[in-house]
Write a protein that binds this ligand. Structure first.
Ligand SMILES: NC(=O)c1ccc[n+]([C@@H]2O[C@H](COP(=O)([O-])OP(=O)(O)OC[C@H]3O[C@@H](n4cnc5c(N)ncnc54)[C@H](OP(=O)(O)O)[C@@H]3O)[C@@H](O)[C@H]2O)c1
Length: 333
């Protein structure tokens, strides 16, 4: 396994397993993690929002007990503050819940999942609704991003979290956090794949030595599978795995299109967290460090960037009204 050295000295595996399994049953995570551990996966990316923390926790605990080769110190567990927890006074409560659900005494990396807060109506009401017909969520328009960062720093100082980071933020939000941070963000998790390469954001992260994790590294689920109200936010993007440039490079190296896309990102020094519940694809996605894309392949893959028009993850309906909404208007380049 190759590791990314984080700006606080920790090592983060460059390949991990994504545990957002929606619309599958969150319990499927138990099987995927059981299959993934012997393959060599040690980084697992979950979140309160995915409702998979508990299932990851149960499976890790059982494997740590039965397999002496798997040590807690070799695992790298990533989880995230939900939008309903986006208040400085709620951070401790949600870290406590994640630790309990994961059955761990520390979290390796804890991220702000979205910079957009939602009303807190109870720990289990993860998407409080304003309007059940439009599925518009009840947002908290007073989200205090800097105050939340300070509350996360307190979690590091208390030893409950080793590293803290961001997700779904823009350049201005990163600059704001860096300006007030005593502990710099160690990681930024963003939608990143060959169709949306985010060069400006990546450059800014490089400036502050903030590592990047790519979500949807193989293109994510085709937007056509999304609920209708999400699809209205932007037109569907064709599946990246079928792109002729990707399939030609995959034939050249005798690798699959997914392996080419994951190798592309890791050669850019970006960590990847593809999700799979399938034994063969779990192996395929992990075995990507034993070949090298040459400069011609890298140039061709760089050339696939479609900018903002390829973004597929915009947040929940109505979130663009929030003052912290991070993205340019859907569809703009
Ligand atoms: N921070 C955020 O806001 C955010 C947002 C979205 C996602 N994430 C994280 O990123 C992870 C990855 O995103 P994702 O799970 O939606 O998308 P993804 O990893 O890009 O794609 C997952 C889909 O691709 C299929 N797949 C996996 N490996 C494949 C392969 N080798 N060939 C062909 N198809 C393959 C999977 O099906 P099978 O299971 O059947 O293999 C699944 O349908 C999530 O699990 C989550 O941890 C974070």
């Amino acid at each position: 396994m190759k590791f990314l050295k984080l700006n606080n000295g920790s090592n983060m595996p460059i390949v991990g397993l994504g545990l957002s399994v929606f619309p599958e049953d969150p319990k499927t995570v138990e099987t995927s993690v059981e299959l993934a551990l012997p393959i060599g996966y040690r980084m697992f990316d979950t979140a309160s929002l995915y409702k998979t923390e508990e299932h990851l926790g149960v499976t890790l605990k059982a494997n740590l007990l039965k397999n002496p080769n798997i040590k807690r110190k070799d695992l790298f567990i990533v989880t995230k503050l939900p939008q309903i927890g986006m208040r400085p006074d709620l951070v401790d409560r949600f870290v406590t819940k994640s630790l309990k659900d994961l059955q761990l005494d520390y979290i390796d990396l804890y991220l702000i999942h979205w910079p957009i807060g939602m009303e807190f109506r109870g720990e289990n009401d993860l998407f409080p609704m304003l309007d059940v017909t439009t599925k518009e969520c009840a947002y908290d328009f007073k989200t205090d991003l800097e105050g939340i960062w300070k509350a996360l720093e307190a979690q590091v100082k208390a030893g409950r979290v080793k590293s803290i980071g961001l997700s779904n933020v823009n350049e201005t939000q990163i600059e704001r956090i860096v300006k007030i941070a005593e502990i710099l963000p160690a990681n930024n998790q963003i939608e990143l794949h060959a169709y949306i390469q985010q060069p400006k954001l990546r450059k800014l992260c490089e400036k502050y030595d903030i590592s990047i994790t790519a979500y949807y590294p193989i293109g994510g689920r085709n937007r056509l599978q999304y609920p209708e109200e999400w699809q209205k936010l932007a037109p569907p993007v064709p599946p990246l795995l079928d792109d002729p440039v990707v399939t030609a490079i995959s034939k050249k190296h005798d690798k699959t299109p997914a392996q080419v896309l994951l190798r592309f990102l890791t050669q850019l020094n970006v960590a990847v967290i593809p999700k799979s519940s399938n034994a063969n694809r779990l192996k395929e996605n992990f075995n990507i460090l034993n070949f090298t894309l040459d400069s011609d392949d890298m140039d061709k893959l760089r050339g696939l960037d479609q900018g903002e028009s390829a973004r597929t993850c915009f947040g929940m309906p109505g979130c663009d009204k929030h003052p912290e909404y991070p993205f340019p208007i859907a569809g703009s380049k």
